[in-house]
Write a protein that binds this ligand. Structure first.
Ligand code: MN
Length: 249
């Protein structure tokens, strides 16, 4: 297990061959959390993932899709009892999506309340230009005893990161974040015991093609450089963080 990498936010069902993408994670032993953007994708993702050793599926309703798919919250609720992992969920106040922000807040609030009620869920949360409202809502609705939150591609301020740490959140870091100086400085300030790695594939590129979970080793190397640590030390920390999160119930 110690040599295996962790991709804690990836969209395996958005690759041209979903089954092949899963098979690659299995073959390479990459611990992969594959998120969904709509609950309609849950049955197939759940079914394929339950047959694997390394791939886990998350039940999502992506904030960027809320404007057109808010009514799918009902379907999301139907499937929640089957899901240990929840995502991709959260808020997106970027220029293309801020118009639906109030509706996004209603949906995300309901998701957090239901996760808190159920208990034992692990969430991968999107917070583009919305770090403070995301943290406000987590603080209000999902105490650390009732769920684990991993902030995916977090680009908030240092003060917001500090607050997230105090709320018990983890951070999944991808290569794009480490290539931009401002975000790299933020990542450097995070405690190693709250860090996970992710690719957010296929949305990011690696060597001119969509990134895949096997490419997550690059994130470990970039993290090691940024934090002035050995890659093996980073990898070991990520593993122990993974074990700690996964043993939460
Ligand atoms: Mn994503």
């Amino acid at each position: 297990m110690s040599n295996n990498f962790v991709d804690y936010h990836c969209h395996l069902d958005l690759y041209p061959d979903h089954a092949a993408a899963i098979a690659e994670c299995e073959r390479e032993g990459i611990h992969t959390l594959t998120v969904t953007t709509t609950p309609k994708a849950w049955p197939r993702n759940h079914d394929l993932a339950t047959k694997t050793s390394y791939v886990r599926a998350a039940l999502g309703l992506h904030p960027q899709l809320v404007a057109e798919r808010a009514e799918e919250l009902q379907l999301w609720e139907t499937y929640l009892s089957q899901a240990r992992y929840v995502g991709e969920v959260g808020l997106d106040a970027g220029p293309r999506f801020y118009r639906s922000i109030e509706l996004q807040k209603q949906i995300f609030g309901r998701i957090l309340i239901l996760c808190a009620r159920a208990g034992g869920k692990i969430l991968t949360v999107h917070s583009v230009r919305a770090a403070t409202p995301v943290l406000d809502m987590i603080e209000k609705h999902l105490p650390p005893t009732r769920g684990r939150v991993v902030l995916h591609w977090f680009t908030g301020s240092r003060a917001e990161a500090r607050r997230a740490i105090d709320l018990g959140c983890y951070f999944s870091i991808n290569a794009e974040m480490l290539r931009k100086e401002r975000h790299r400085d933020l990542v450097k300030s995070l405690p190693l015991d709250r860090i996970l790695t992710e690719t957010d594939g296929p949305f990011c590129q690696h060597k001119g093609r969509p990134v895949r979970p096997v490419d997550v080793s690059v994130v470990v190397d970039l993290l090691a450089q940024a934090m002035s640590r050995e890659p093996t030390a980073v990898s070991k920390a990520v593993h122990s963080n993974l074990r700690r999160i996964e043993s939460f119930n």
